[in-house]
Design a protein around this ligand. Structure first.
Ligand code: FES
Ligand code: MG
Length: 572
């Protein structure tokens, strides 16, 4: 008996007697009730991530059953395995900190266990990038399946979708126009089904990116979580995964510079989440592809925003699905895309577009000729305040603030922000720029979604709705405002952001992609000496927290761990 190279025999360590090793493995597998016939099949592993702490993946048991049905029908054996799951709102200090942990778990479990292909079941914000990062590094044939978005709820005549509307009603509650009783009723109506956030937040953005890269079956990114098509997509994913065993296509053939360029175009055209630029950079980095922020700018100036979804537009994810979803977006962007990119089905993007049905609802997905705006949703700014770049979601920002020189009001940490932002004596006026320091990847908070600084209470009471806010933090994909994020290098690394003081002038120019700190070289040099002298000794961090602080790269490199990027890439 010579062990085969697939199925249970993969990666067997035999210590000199291969027949004994396969006999042992089979006898243990048989204790789970499988027949010899089943155990001789090739194996599709299923990275399975339900969790009591992840509401977005509540539909996974039913989806798993459908994936397994597809795998079995196509002649392989489906075996699910757990990896950690990341439920966005339940993780402290921030979910981003655990994306790399989930990527490690996914990569190593794909590599360590005997499987010939893998289905990646994810959905909630950080899970899809984590799984794609791990799968690209493991480079076994892999296919992504997502939970799908939630349906909207109703509050009287109003539609509610997590979680852009969460913020709107909370602002009204803070302003006293919504009562405590009403906000409690709304709380029960914001997230009424399983699935991921109901707008173009990070989850929907990452699903669209996975489909554009070619790592997901065409047409499956935006199917609502509760729709029967979601289960049919799961079944089809199982079949496709089994077929990938006979004709292997590896992530390294799919995630290429060309497909990453297509994904950047789509990110811009859908008005996608700012978080997605970090995630796409990290996924590409696993394949050895740099995503410099000036590449984003180059594409941003020539990519129209086509999709009119909240938080920047009017509609919800279920409307995006009904309107034609990614098929329509790709068709409208077609002249800007590389059609030769290979996908998990074995088709190229061009093959897919050639059999496109050609219908969509132009109210929700605009034709390229009459876009929501003629420039992309995201733009990178560079300058003396952000030498390695910062991100502005211009599609979610107030254009009247795009060319501004104004006074900085600085908060040195999240604690300082919490202590002073609502202080009636805070020295701040509506035209100022709010600056938050020490909320980047290496800070103790691990780059939380704190970049959406609240408008100081006394200004909110005067009716101020938006101000320029600058930080090294992130922002929720479901938020909006004139918010400059991901400043690199971050303050905790000694980036110029650490040297800003209240009263300094900052110049922002979106037209020129600039973000300048208007302080003389001499003053900055003196402040830097003071900063170095006052720099606290590295706090006693241990375990994963320490590993994270030591290994995490800056936002412009995707916040991956240096050692997990493809070898040969430079780490600045
Ligand atoms: Fe899971 Fe928003 S909380 S996608
Ligand atoms: Mg989110």
């Amino acid at each position: 008996m010579t062990p085969r190279k697939h199925g249970l025999a993969r990666g067997l360590t035999n210590y000199g007697d291969p027949d004994f090793a396969i006999y042992l493995r089979k006898s243990f597998a048989k204790s789970m009730g499988y027949s010899s016939e089943m155990l001789d099949r090739p194996i599709v592993g299923i990275a399975y991530t339900p969790s009591g702490f992840n509401n977005c993946h509540r539909n996974f048991p039913e989806m798993l059953e459908a994936v397994k049905r597809g795998v079995l029908a196509a002649g392989a054996l489906p075996l699910e395995f757990p990896t950690i799951s990341l439920g966005e709102v339940f993780l402290s200090p921030t979910s981003l900190k655990f994306r790399n942990l989930m990527a490690m778990d996914t990569e190593e479990m794909i590599r360590a266990q005997p499987m010939d292909a893998v289905v990646l079941m994810g959905g909630c914000d950080k899970t899809v990038p984590a799984q794609l990062m791990g799968a690209v590094s493991a480079d076994l044939p892999a296919i992504q399946l997502v939970a799908g978005p939630m349906m909207t709820g109703r509050h009287g005549p109003e539609r509610l979708g997590a979680c852009t509307d969460c913020r709107r009603f909370w602002a009204q509650f803070r302003a006293g126009t919504v009562s405590a009783e009403e906000i409690e009723r709304i709380e029960g109506k914001l997230a009424t089904t399983t699935g991921t956030c109901a707008v173009m937040g990070t989850a929907t953005t990452m699903a669209c990116i996975a489909e554009t890269l070619g790592m997901m079956l065409p047409g499956t990114a935006a199917i609502p979580a509760v729709h029967a098509d979601r289960l049919r997509a799961a079944e089809a994913t199982g079949i496709a995964a089994a077929r990938l065993i006979e004709a292997p296509i590896r992530p390294s053939q799919i995630v290429t510079r060309a497909s990453v360029g297509n994904a950047l175009r789509v990110l811009l055209a859908i008005g996608g989440s700012t978080n997605a630029i970090i995630h796409l950079t990290a996924i590409a980095g696993r394949a050895g592809i740099e995503v410099p922020l000036d590449w984003l700018n180059e594409l941003s100036d020539t990519t129209p925003v086509l999709v009119d979804l909240k938080p920047t537009g009017s509609y919800y994810a279920e409307d995006f699905f009904a309107a034609g979803a990614m098929g329509a977006v790709l068709r409208e962007l077609s002249p800007l895309l590389d059609h030769d990119c290979l996908t998990v089905t074995g088709e190229t993007l061009g093959d897919r577009l050639a059999r496109d049905p050609g219908w969509h609802d132009p109210a929700i997905i605009r034709p390229a000729a009459s876009p929501v705006s003629d420039k992309g949703g995201l733009v990178a700014l560079f300058g003396s305040l952000a030498p390695r770049g910062a991100i502005l979601k211009r599609s979610a920002a107030d254009a009247s603030l795009f060319e501004t020189t104004a006074r900085a009001v600085v908060f040195s940490s999240l604690e300082d922000l919490a202590a002073r932002i609502d202080d009636p004596d805070l020295d701040v006026s509506p035209g100022d720029i709010l600056v938050l320091q020490n909320a980047g990847p290496k800070s103790a908070s691990g780059m939380p979604e704190a970049g959406y600084l609240p408008i100081p209470k006394k200004l909110a009471a005067q009716g101020v709705k938006d101000m320029i806010r600058i930080s090294d933090a992130r922002m929720s994909g479901t938020a909006f405002g004139t918010i400059v994020l991901h400043v690199a290098p971050e303050a905790a690394e000694g980036g110029p952001l650490a040297l800003v003081r209240t009263g300094d002038l900052i110049e922002m120019s979106v037209a020129r992609n600039r973000l300048e700190l208007l302080v003389s070289e001499e003053d900055l040099a003196a402040r830097r000496r003071e900063w170095e002298a006052a720099r606290p000794a590295a706090a006693a961090r241990r375990g994963y927290d320490r590993l994270y602080a030591e290994e995490v790269l800056q936002a412009d490199q995707g916040c991956d761990f240096a050692t997990f990027r493809a070898t040969g890439m430079t780490d600045r």
